[in-house]
Design a protein around this ligand. Structure first.
Ligand SMILES: [Mg+2]
Length: 428
């Protein structure tokens, strides 16, 4: 069964969230779907996928490892960790989908079979900088999420410089807005954008006090046994991360995620030695070679590789085994489209050292529109449906409806003359 075509597709059914899917076709009529969405970088990734086509066209679709290694080494001048591992991820996921379909089994059956009957999730309430209200609002959201059956939630409680610095700095989005420039804000609120010299953020005493108030509201709403995680999104300098971490110790967090920028392991060690909260990193680390150092140096207590970025299903499985050796649990990162969560689910079903899989449950209504069948979500877990491959298909008419240009996020099939009928079906 040979690869005959590779097609990247960018679609944006939720405003500001363009998802990059990759379809691989074969000469036996079986197709697979992968994903490597990286919101700001989709254009580069689409061009990278297109550049890969002549490398793997005609190769045996079943030779997943051969293809993984071929791409990784062909582009090693770029460093296989990051851009290249994103490209590999999409291809790898699609090839596993094809293999599962061709053998008539879910992918997890090919990875050794299930070690659990469901995959527990954790989800999100809004971040401080989302602009969606203050502590009272987030407390209500946390209570509602708990009542919906979820047992763990994450939030970023830290105000960004754009909110706290009243003089000297103006966030890029505000600058554009003030200049009358229409901006497409992707995956961030108006106030959650920082650039240039403010990329390494500092937390002021006021910011830390506000983050404590944010967490106080959530903890009071959900009670002491509910699991809470805090995400710092790799934003801070070491001193800020340590001050904030110390201030949040009393909330009994499951983890503090990416407290500082991720390139410097010594800096992470300094945070670790000064903050009494378990740490987690991973969404900005790629392939087993990034993880081996973090794990061997025992810098964190959890890791969260993203299956669509770290090297796909093949690599997530290997990274999970590396963590298992160190008695560390994995919790696959997910803030992408539904193919990514489907791929992560397949690995989680077979992973003994799983904590939970990340999701944004507020996106599930849209997932229900774009995939079939929808994930079987019950009491904060996804249950397997037993279908071959990834266990889901994209609804291509819906994907096409919201298709966008990968660089500009301009809708290609929706325009001023487009109308929907009474059922919501798009009429050109
Ligand atoms: Mg994160």
């Amino acid at each position: 069964m040979k690869i005959t075509k590779i097609t990247p597709i960018v679609t944006m059914p939720i405003d500001g969230l363009p998802w990059l899917f990759v379809q691989i076709d074969t000469d036996e009529g079986i197709s697979g779907i992968g994903e490597c969405t990286d919101y700001y970088s989709n254009g580069h990734l689409v061009r990278g996928i297109n550049a890969l086509e002549p490398v793997i066209l005609g190769m045996e679709a079943g030779q997943i490892e051969n293809i993984w290694q071929t791409i990784f080494h062909r582009f090693d001048d770029l460093n296989g960790r990051g851009y290249v591992s994103h490209l590999i991820s999409a291809i790898d996921i699609a090839l596993w989908d094809i293999k599962g379909k061709s053998l008539g089994v879910p992918i997890y059956e090919l990875l050794g079979g299930p070690v659990r009957d469901r995959v527990p999730l954790y989800t999100h309430v809004q971040d401080f900088n989302s602009g969606a209200g203050g502590p009272d609002t987030v407390a209500k959201a946390a209570k509602m999420t708990k009542d919906a059956g979820y047992e763990a939630i994450k939030t970023d409680p830290f105000p960004t410089l754009c909110l706290t610095h009243k003089s000297g700095f103006e966030c890029l989005t505000d600058k554009k807005k003030n200049a009358g420039v229409k901006t497409t804000v992707m995956h961030c609120s108006n106030s959650y954008e920082f650039s240039g010299p403010s990329e390494v953020e500092r937390l002021t005493p006021r910011s830390i006090r506000e983050s404590v108030e944010w967490m106080d509201a959530i903890r009071s709403a959900v009670g002491s046994d509910f699991e809470l995680m805090v995400d710092a999104h790799a934003r801070f300098d070491v001193a800020s991360a340590i001050s904030a971490g110390k201030a949040l110790e009393r909330f009994d967090l499951t983890w503090l995620e990416e407290p500082i920028h991720v390139e410097n392991h010594n800096a992470l060690r300094q945070v670790r030695e000064n903050v009494n909260i378990p740490l987690c990193v991973g969404e900005r680390h790629f392939t087993r070679w990034d993880y081996i150092e973090i794990l061997n140096k025992r810098l964190v207590d959890y890791i969260m590789p993203d299956v669509a970025w770290c090297g796909g299903i093949s690599e997530l499985r290997r990274i999970a085994a590396q963590a298992e050796v160190q008695y560390i649990r994995i919790s696959p990162h997910d803030a992408l489209g539904p193919v990514s969560i489907a791929a992560g689910f397949q690995v989680c079903m077979t992973t003994p050292n799983l904590y939970r899989q990340e999701c944004l449950h507020t996106w599930f209504d849209t997932f229900e529109q774009i995939i079939t069948p929808m994930f079987n979500v019950k009491n904060g877990s996804i249950l397997p449906n037993g279908l071959p491959g990834l266990g889901m298909e994209l609804k291509m008419d819906y994907v096409e409806k919201y298709r966008v240009h990968p660089d500009t996020q301009t809708y290609l099939n929706i325009n001023a003359n487009s109308v929907q009928d009474a059922t919501g079906t798009w009429l050109r």
